[in-house]
Design a protein around this ligand. Structure first.
Ligand code: GDP
Ligand code: CA
Length: 352
C-alpha cells in the first residue's frame, strides 16, 4: 500500500501552548485531511512536580486538539477536580502554586511510568496521542531534558556582600505561574540546551515540509526555545519550504498571557513589527553580502497593526494585515488561510 502522506502536502507548525493549540485547531479545521500537519512542540516549560513529569505545552496541544481541554482556562482538562492538589497542600508539600488536576494527573502518571521504563518522550507523546487522536503528528522539540529558567532578583530579597540584590534562576513555571511574570526577568536560560538533540523526525519534517508556520505562540519562551535547540533554527533557515508567522502581539500587547514580560527581558519591544524583526527575514530576502539571515518569509499582523505592514515589508518580509483574534475555529481557519496565502502555499485544493 502506498503511503497516503506521500501525496498530501506537509505543513509543519512550531507550537507552544494555548496560542499554538488554538491556531492548530483552526488550521486542522481548514485543511481537514487534505494536508498532513506535523507539530514540533515546546518542552522548555516541562517540569518535575511531586515525582511526575509534566509537559504543559505538549498537553495543551494534545488536549485542545483531542477535545479534552478546559476551554475556560485554556490549559488542563475540562470537568477537572483538584482533590489531589488539595491533599498535597494539606500535607504542606511544596510547590502548591501549580494547578495539577486529578484527571490531568493520569496523563502525568503514564508519562512518568513510560519515561521511567526507558521510552523516549517522543514515543511517550505518541502513545498518549493514541487516546486523544489530535489529527496531527505531535513531536516534542527534543527527547532530551531542556528546561527554561528565568534569572531574577532573589524573590526573598537576599542581597550579596555589596548589598545588591542576589540573582537567582527559578524555573520558568515558578516565574510564570507563581509570580505571574511580575518579577522582572534579567534573562532566560535553557538548562540542558547545549547537549540537546532534536527529537527523531523533527529535522526531517522541517526539511520535507511544503510550508512552515509559526503560529501566534510566545516568541521567546515557546518558539524561541524550540529554535534554540541545536540545528533546529539552522534547519528552518535552510528549509526549502517558505516560512510564515502570525503575530501573537496585537496593538502593542499580547492577546493572552504575559509575553510582553518575556519580550522586554530580551530587549524586543512588544509590537508586531518588532517580533517580525526579531525573527528576521530569510537569507534570500536580504541584500547579497548583508549579514544575518532569519527565518521569516512572511508575517501576518492584526488589522489594528496595519500601519506596521510597510515597515515589515521594508525589512524584506512579505506582510499583510488581517483579523487575528482566534475566537472560534472558523475565525482561526480564516487566519490560517490568510497566512498560507501570504507564501502562495497551494491552497486551491484545501480552500474551505
Ligand atoms: P502558552 O505556552 O500557553 O503561553 O501558549 P503559546 O506560547 O502557544 O501562546 C501564547 C501567545 O498566544 C500569547 O503571546 C498570546 O498573545 C497569543 N494568543 C493567544 N490568543 C491569541 C489570539 O486569539 N490571537 C493572536 N494573534 N494571538 C493570541
Ligand atoms: Ca508554554
Amino acid at each position: 500500500m502506498t503511503n497516503p502522506d506521500a501525496q498530501r502536502p506537509s505543513i509543519v507548525v512550531l507550537a507552544g501552548g494555548i496560542g499554538g493549540a488554538r491556531f492548530l485547531r483552526g488550521l486542522r479545521h481548514l485543511v481537514r485531511d487534505r494536508a498532513q500537519i506535523t507539530v514540533i512542540g515546546n518542552t522548555g516549560d516541562d517540569i518535575w512536580l511531586h515525582g511526575l513529569r509534566v509537559c504543559p505545552d505538549l498537553d495543551t496541544v494534545m488536549y485542545t486538539l483531542g477535545g479534552g481541554i478546559s476551554e475556560e482556562r485554556g490549559w488542563g482538562r475540562e470537568d477537572e477536580t483538584f482533590a489531589v492538589k488539595d491533599e498535597l497542600t494539606a500535607y504542606g508539600v511544596e510547590p502548591t502554586w501549580f494547578g495539577l488536576g486529578d484527571r490531568d494527573i493520569a496523563t502525568h502518571l503514564i508519562r512518568t511510568q513510560l519515561l521511567g521504563a526507558g521510552y523516549a518522550l517522543s514515543d511517550v507523546t505518541a502513545a498518549l496521542c493514541d487516546r486523544w487522536q489530535p489529527g496531527v503528528r505531535l513531536i516534542p522539540m527534543s527527547d532530551d531534558r531542556v528546561e527554561t529558567h528565568v534569572v531574577v532578583d532573589d524573590p526573598d530579597g537576599a542581597v550579596d556582600a555589596h548589598g545588591a540584590p542576589q540573582r537567582r534562576a527559578i524555573h520558568f513555571q515558578e516565574w510564570w505561574v507563581r509570580y505571574r511574570a511580575q518579577l522582572p526577568a534579567h534573562s532566560f536560560v535553557q538548562i540542558g540546551l547545549d547537549d540537546a538533540k532534536p527529537a527523531p523526525g523533527v529535522l526531517e519534517a522541517i526539511d520535507e515540509a511544503d510550508v512552515i508556520v509559526l503560529p501566534p505562540s510566545n516568541p521567546v519562551v515557546s518558539i524561541g526555545t524550540i529554535l534554540a535547540i541545536p540545528r533546529i533554527r539552522d534547519a528552518i533557515v535552510d528549509a526549502p519550504a517558505p516560512v510564515v508567522g502570525i503575530s501573537p502581539i496585537i496593538g502593542g500587547a499580547p492577546v493572552r498571557g504575559m509575553a510582553d514580560a518575556c519580550l522586554s527581558a530580551i530587549g524586543v519591544p512588544t509590537t508586531a513589527a518588532a517580533v517580525a524583526e526579531h525573527y528576521g527575514p530569510r537569507r534570500a530576502r536580504i541584500p547579497a553580502g548583508a549579514p544575518g539571515g532569519g527565518i521569516l518569509d512572511a508575517w501576518l499582523v492584526a488589522e489594528t497593526d496595519a500601519d506596521s505592514v510597510a515597515e515589515v515589508t521594508a525589512r524584506g518580509i512579505t506582510c499583510a494585515a488581517a483579523p487575528l483574534l482566534m475566537t472560534d475555529d472558523d475565525a482561526t481557519a480564516t487566519i490560517a488561510l490568510a497566512a498560507l496565502g501570504l507564501v502562495d502555499f497551494d491552497i486551491a485544493g484545501i480552500a474551505p
